[in-house]
Ligand binder design. Structure first.
Ligand SMILES: [Zn+2]
Ligand SMILES: [Zn+2]
Length: 134
């Protein structure tokens, strides 16, 4: 089995925005919250969390604020949803599906299941949390 990676790269669908994460991920979750569903159009949004200062972003992005202290960041050209930040935290969530090669990084929890609208069976063995996970 390959070792857990300590760097990742990825980007949006059109290639205008790329990112690099130069430290290991802190974790990854499937988030079922209402904001993630609406912002992505998916039943859940899968995020990998990194230290904010480990992630560099290049290319033109566009931010949406769902609340004063939250930023959702997309490619300004193709609209791919790429990042989520709560501004006072020193972490950044990277859209898991935008990572080119996640290696052995796997989501470990379902979070915000209190907002779940449809049962889905991705990783049904994972722990579930009605709100923010551990
Ligand atoms: Zn793009
Ligand atoms: Zn969410």
């Amino acid at each position: 089995m390959a070792a857990v990676k300590d760097s990742y790269s990825g980007g949006c669908r059109c290639g205008a925005v790329t990112f690099a994460a130069r430290r290991p991920a802190l974790g990854a979750n499937h988030c079922h919250c209402r904001s993630c569903r609406k912002m992505s159009g998916a039943l859940a949004m899968t995020w990998a969390t990194f230290p904010a200062d480990a992630v560099s972003i290049s290319g033109e992005t566009k931010d949406d604020a769902s609340s004063a202290d939250v930023r959702w960041t997309r490619c300004a050209s193709c609209g791919s949803l790429l990042f989520w930040r709560r501004l006072e935290r020193d972490t950044i969530d990277v859209a898991f599906g935008a990572i080119d090669d996640p290696g052995d990084l796997v989501p470990s929890n379902h979070i915000w299941t209190s907002h779940r609208v449809a049962r889905f069976t991705l990783d049904p063995e994972l722990p579930e949390f009605p709100e923010r996970g551990a």
